[in-house]
Design a protein around this ligand. Structure first.
Ligand code: Q46
Ligand code: ZN
Ligand code: ZN
Length: 317
């Protein structure tokens, strides 16, 4: 196997692109895929500051490394969910990454603010942890982006994640979710612009990227994850991909090409919003979902951001 670019010995094959690359050109190829995604969906210009949600896992850290290396201005946001034997490690890996590169990292910590973990809030709400966690993460991302004036919030969802979500949405004909499934969601009142610049890269590619770039990431999945169906969808898609390389690309990218015609968006279409009577975030009801969720757990929603301490690191480069 020879590198498509320089004809040296290749170290990594990407079957769906019918190509192989040496280390240097593999890294370049992945970064080019990210630039292509950003440009195609007009996610953000180089002049704007982006907030990236980082978990300490391979995808978000690889994306942070890529964006900074390409020349984008990106700060991180780490949400400490207080999960025993997990959050400490993921937080430390994220901090180490930011520190070594002189990057700004915002940290919002459940355990520091309240002395509880996400499991406690879930139990008090009688809901699965991931549903409570989703509400919390969206709220924190929107609030930090608004307070600090970020142009967009980026997340590390990759090709495998997005193809699995699409499969679930199609199998269950979740047309509302299909309408919103896009690597770019425009900003709306109370909601930051959301972007997913990694959607063209497969999981194994971001893992390989981390190895090549010496990025130390947490390998374990979050132990609270109970979404077995999404693992099944990923397995099915992996089987398809190995039989017929390019299947995931065809499935997801084909959907993204046709979705605007299938689901035309009306920019004025949306519920009437008012300020949450507790925190001021825009919401459809008197108190927003986040404040209600925290109140059910006996916690003051306003206390969470006392621990949002953006840590300005010394720039090393
Ligand atoms: S962090 Fe939160 Fe995930 Fe853990 S509790 Fe579920 S949603 S699995 S990406
Ligand atoms: Zn090469
Ligand atoms: Zn509120």
């Amino acid at each position: 196997m020879r590198c498509k670019k320089c004809k040296q010995t290749a170290c990594f094959q990407i079957r769906r692109h019918n190509a192989a690359f040496c280390e240097e050109h593999f890294v370049e190829h992945l970064q080019n895929q990210v630039v292509r995604a950003i440009k195609k969906f007009k996610m953000f210009p180089r002049s704007e500051k982006i907030l990236l949600a980082v978990s300490g896992g391979k995808d978000s850290l690889a994306l942070w490394d890529m964006l900074v290396d390409i020349g984008y201005s990106v700060d991180g946001l780490y949400i400490d969910l207080g999960i025993p034997d997990y959050s400490d490690v993921s937080g430390q890996k994220t901090r180490n990454f930011a520190e070594a590169r002189g990057l700004v990292l915002h940290e919002v910590s459940l355990s520091r603010a309240y002395g509880v973990d996400i499991g406690h809030i879930a139990r008090k709400n009688k809901k699965p942890p991931c549903s409570v966690c989703g509400v919390l993460k969206r709220y924190v991302m929107n609030t930090v982006a608004e307070r600090h004036g970020y142009f967009a919030v980026a997340t590390g969802h990759n090709l495998d994640d997005e193809a699995a979500v699409l499969m679930g949405n199609v199998l269950n004909w979740q047309t509302e979710y299909l309408q919103r499934q896009s690597p770019l969601l425009e900003a709306k009142p109370g909601m930051a612009r959301k972007v997913k610049p990694l959607f063209r890269l497969a999981e194994r590619e971001t893992a390989a990227y981390c190895v090549l770039r010496g990025i130390d990431y947490i390998m374990h999945e979050c132990p609270m994850s109970e979404d077995a169906t999404s693992f099944t969808y990923k397995e099915v898609l992996n089987r398809l991909e190995s039989e017929s390389p390019g299947s995931k690309d065809h499935f997801l990218l084909g959907f993204l090409r046709t979705a605007p015609q299938l689901f035309p968006q009306d920019p004025d279409d949306g519920p009437d919003l008012q300020a949450c009577t507790r925190c001021g975030q825009l919401t459809t009801t008197g108190e927003c979902g986040f404040c209600r969720q925290m109140a059910r757990a006996g916690l003051d929603s306003l206390a969470l951001f006392h621990s949002d301490t953006p840590q300005e690191r010394d720039q090393h480069n």
